[in-house]
Design a protein. Structure first.
Ligand SMILES: Cc1cc2nc3c(=O)[nH]c(=O)nc-3n(C[C@H](O)[C@H](O)[C@H](O)COP(=O)(O)OP(=O)(O)OC[C@H]3O[C@@H](n4cnc5c(N)ncnc54)[C@H](O)[C@@H]3O)c2cc1C
Length: 387
């Protein structure tokens, strides 16, 4: 099929949301010659609140889905290290070296690069146009352009998705598994020692009861953040407790930016008929550490492959999508969720001892689990598939 230029005509597929998930979906479809429109309310590069930490499996996904290798991301990469530290509050429990590096990126640049790849592959960009209402029968209404039509719709419009409303998910379950996340970005020269010279990412348990804090290094600044389910003590006060402990000056605590994060509330059925949801919109985020970029790329790609299955007469898109998720993603989400539900109550009750034990038992395999070389399910070897 030829590249589609006139969006007054219906698309084969309309992808709503041009973050990593939407770009992966649009890229996969455009490469197969499908007429695909990629709609986003933002113009790119657009800001996106994110720690920007990429694991090894994210690079596997980028290579399989978008033929992107690390050198292609040069403009976006701000730091790269295999070393990491795990703390109970500000007490160091373990310093380790993973077999693969953790790569930190600026999301604005990373997302813009992915979008460029989708456009180069032939996806038609429809930027600066917000989806205005819940889609029905292959149609979406946008602020500026009235109705857009497509045979299939892929909802990749993030955690506050409007597309999700069309699937009428269980609201109670959704909100029960929704976390808040907050971050500040602090210039190194304004930070006290020893924080100022941090070169390696660290994770901090024990500052809040339903999540964790992080400190990620970039070349010129550090990102300090925290996520957690909504609870009696506000995330802000837990986060300020962490900042106090590291003596982060008051002047660096603003602007404090926050965003919701799916944290164990993935949708049991993220597709119905010709509408598939992926990435944050479907709650597909790993529920212990909140890693979402890999899952956005992979689920977006799976949604696209499943649409191709139906267009080419092999299977119904929604069934094929469910099968792919069940094969590769669901088991990881479930196992990670179980891990969080076991570990956090123990840490809340007994402090650092259970965490210490967990780190001793897991050993070096834990970093491999985060990188995706091992599964969250009993640390078994993990082989990802993108077919
Ligand atoms: C504070 C914080 C830190 C994080 N740190 C990390 C990390 O270090 N590593 C990691 O892997 N993950 C991290 N995550 C998670 C990660 O950011 C998300 O999981 C990931 O961005 C999801 O990608 P997505 O494409 O599904 O959604 P998004 O990246 O949110 O993209 C959704 C797109 O949809 C568009 N959109 C929304 N509504 C509409 C509408 N009505 N009409 C048109 N367009 C619309 C938006 O403009 C946006 O471009 C973090 C999240 C938070 C909140």
């Amino acid at each position: 099929m030829s590249q589609h230029a006139d969006h007054a005509e219906p698309f084969d597929v309309l992808v709503v949301g041009a973050g990593p998930c939407g770009c992966a979906a649009a890229l996969t479809l455009a490469r197969s010659g499908v007429r695909v429109g990629l709609l986003d309310r933002a113009r790119f590069p657009r800001p996106k609140l994110c720690g920007g930490l990429l694991t090894f499996k994210t690079f596997l996904a980028l290579e399989h889905i978008a033929a992107i290798r690390e050198p292609d991301l040069e403009q976006a990469v701000t730091a790269r290290t295999a070393n990491y530290h795990l703390y109970y509050q500000d007490r160091l429990l373990r310093s380790g070296r993973a077999s693969r590096p953790f790569v930190l990126v600026r999301r604005e640049r990373f997302d813009a690069l992915l979008l460029q790849r989708a456009r180069d592959a032939g996806a038609v960009q429809l930027l600066g146009r917000a989806l205005e209402c819940t889609p029905a029968k292959g149609e979406v209404a946008t602020a500026e352009h009235g109705l857009l039509r497509a045979r299939f719709l892929i909802g990749a419009d993030g955690v506050n998705s409007r597309m999700r409303r069309a699937l009428r998910p269980d609201k109670v379950r959704w909100h029960a598994g929704l976390a808040d996340a907050v971050e500040i970005r602090a210039p190194r020269e304004a930070l006290p020692e020893p924080l100022r010279h941090r070169q390696e990412p660290s994770l901090h348990a024990g500052f809040n009861r339903t999540g964790y804090g992080w400190i990620f290094p970039n070349q010129d600044d550090l990102v300090l953040g925290m996520c957690g389910l909504r609870e009696a003590r506000s995330l802000h006060s837990s986060f300020f407790g962490m900042l106090d402990r590291f003596q982060v000056p008051e002047s660096l605590r603003r602007p404090l930016r926050g965003h919701p994060l799916p944290y164990g509330n993935w949708l049991p059925r993220p597709g119905r008929g010709a509408l598939l949801l992926a990435g944050d919109a479907a709650g597909i985020v790993e529920p212990t550490l909140g890693e979402g970029i890999f899952y956005a790329l992979t689920s977006g790609h799976f949604a696209a492959l499943s649409v191709l299955d139906e267009l080419q007469g092999r299977a119904m898109a929604d069934c094929a999508y469910m099968q792919r998720l069940a094969r590769d993603i669901r088991p990881e989400l479930r196992a990670s969720h179980a891990l969080r539900r076991c570990l956090l109550p123990l840490v809340n009750r007994f402090g650092q001892a259970p965490l210490d034990l967990f780190l001793k038992l897991g050993g070096t395999a834990l970093a491999q689990m985060v990188h995706g070389e091992r599964s969250y399910w009993l640390l078994r070897r993990k082989h990802w598939r993108w077919d």
